[in-house]
Design a protein around this ligand. Structure first.
Ligand code: AKG
Length: 282
């Protein structure tokens, strides 16, 4: 099975995959539970995003990040030396990232015209970060009826590496076809697919597919952008429901084009909900 579907410069320019590429990528997602669209982004755009990441968090070393994670901040430690950060959507973290026309055109047929952006974060592993445990982003739906594995996709995690991620920096390892496994079934560890990420990749992982962030054995920090798209009715109640799912200045939200604003509407209402839940707990 081919996990990588190349995106040509022409496809990128017109903002649409060819019929053949879209078919190959839809088929990989459906059968294997993940696909890499290689070249979905221009590397120059990714370099701008990396510069924005660096402007926001580049100054923090491991101890600095741990200190941030121990306070009320956009940073959560999700494993030793691994942090999930709600990035401020400023600079190059703009529509080119979360409303990329080529990717929206690819995702909408899978999740419907009313698809919503559920969250925008970055996951950064520091040197020494350990491999995560194998997990899926959400348990199978309707476990009582055993139908979850048969259902079409309802949420997809889109990873966008901000640097090239070789085996030493630790990409996300994936166990193919496990979106079709019930929650109690585990694949052999050795079935893991470890594919180095390249700048320009969009790695689409079905929310049900088993995966794990690998250890960072390099001396470099590894930031990847994480954008979750979901069907209108699917709310992620498991992964940090009390956390603000994205951080965008209100004026930027209001200035979005009319056809894009609904994509972010949900995340905006989740912000209010998260704030309310946090207040109740305080
Ligand atoms: O760090 C990674 O590569 C994956 C992170 C992840 O899967 C998670 O935090 O749930």
């Amino acid at each position: 099975m081919n996990y990588i579907v190349p995106v040509s410069e022409e496809e990128r320019t017109i903002g649409q995959l060819s019929k053949a590429s879209a078919k190959a990528a839809h088929s990989a997602l459906n059968m294997q539970g993940f696909v890499i669209l290689r070249g979905a982004f221009a590397t120059s755009t990714i370099d701008e995003m990396y510069a924005e990441y660096q402007a926001q968090y580049g100054a923090y070393d491991l101890a600095g990040m741990q200190a941030l994670a121990n306070t009320q901040s956009p940073v959560l430690e999700v494993g030793k030396g691994r942090f999930e950060i709600v990035m401020r959507l400023t600079g190059a973290f703009d529509m080119r990232a979360y409303a990329n026309p080529l990717l929206l055109r690819f995702l909408i047929p899978l999740m419907g015209q009313a698809m919503r952006l559920s969250s925008v974060t970055a996951v950064t592993s520091y040197p020494g970060a350990e491999m995560q445990r194998m997990h899926r982003d959400s348990a199978q739906l309707f476990p009582e009826y055993n139908v979850g594995p048969m259902l079409p996709t309802y949420a997809i995690n889109m990873t966008v590496p901000l640097v090239d991620v070789d085996a030493t920096l630790g990409p996300t390892g994936v166990w193919p076809a496990t979106h079709r496994f019930t929650d109690d079934k585990q694949p052999p560890m050795e079935d893991i697919q470890v594919i180095p990420f390249q700048r320009g990749d969009a790695i689409l992982i079905d929310y049900r597919t088993l995966h794990a962030g690998l250890a960072n054995t390099s001396p470099m920090v590894r930031p990847i952008l994480y954008m979750v798209y979901a069907r209108q009715w699917f709310f992620d109640e498991v992964n940090h429901p009390q956390r603000v799912p994205l951080d965008m200045p209100l004026e930027n939200f209001l200035a979005l084009p009319d056809d894009i604003r609904p994509l972010l509407m949900r995340a905006y209402s989740q912000i209010m909900r998260a704030k309310m839940l946090n207040r109740r707990q305080a």
